[in-house]
Ligand binder design. Sequence first.
Ligand SMILES: [Zn+2]
Length: 310
Amino acid sequence: MKSLLLCLLLLATAPTFGQEPSAKRISRHIEKLASDHMQGRGTGSPENAKAAAYIARNFKKLGLTPLGTDGYYQPFTAKIRRIVVPDSLRKATNVIGFLDNGAPYTIVIGAHYDHLGLGRQGSSLETQPEGKIHNGADDNASGVAGLLETARYFSGNGVKEPYNFLFMAFGAEELGLQGSRYFLNNPTLPLAKMNCMICMDMIGRYNPERGVGIGGYGTSDAWPTVFKGVESPIKFFTDRPGNGGSDNAAFYAKQIPVLFFHTGGHPDYHKPTDDPDKIDAKAEEAILRLEIKLLENATQQPKMNFTTVQ
Ligand SMILES: [Zn+2]
């Protein structure tokens, strides 16, 4: 009986331990999402829906509150515009989970989970892309792994931060930020309640020469305070603009301060060779620890103002 009680006690306190990002879990998420079974997660494909279900399952496991319009899902119709295809209208969905700390304002953390499928939706850089699986390990299984690990950290750290967190996996980013734009035009949480948005897109190919880029530094007067004294074993640099690269651009357009994490371009970008074995999960773990440090600093600051970057 006593050992049973001890077990229960350990289980009850378990979430406060081991919630730090881990390279092992990062690899597991990326191998799952970017395996050939997932067929490149093209918008409208059954495998894209499978990826969404995988994220929703993980959100549920972490105890996040569903904040889509259908549980964790916020379905919408995406449109292929870059090339002419007979089935240009595609079923898509965002996946949205909320960590409610009972605070007035919310920090949004997002990453897109769709990719180029079998190279029949435009924007592949392969010469003959049709029929080849574009696995999208870096773009953007790496960002989704980051999203899940950040959600795991904040839902398991036993701390009630003075901000809530909204974790979002966007659909149809590769078709032109369609998921994030749909969300911002149909928000399930008022935009005025959002403090800032952190975006991860391609954070798996750390290059020690370049370092990890963090865009959006100029989008609020508060960022210099948030970054003050922050150190990391990996190299990083900031960039002022927040209006390009990924879903952060849609939030910037709505005057929400953003940060955008990105390890830079590479020869496998938007090609079938963007594979899991090329991911540096150890470095991604360090990037996520850096991001979490910044997020924790942000929770210690009053609500941020927004500044336009010229
Ligand atoms: Zn991407």
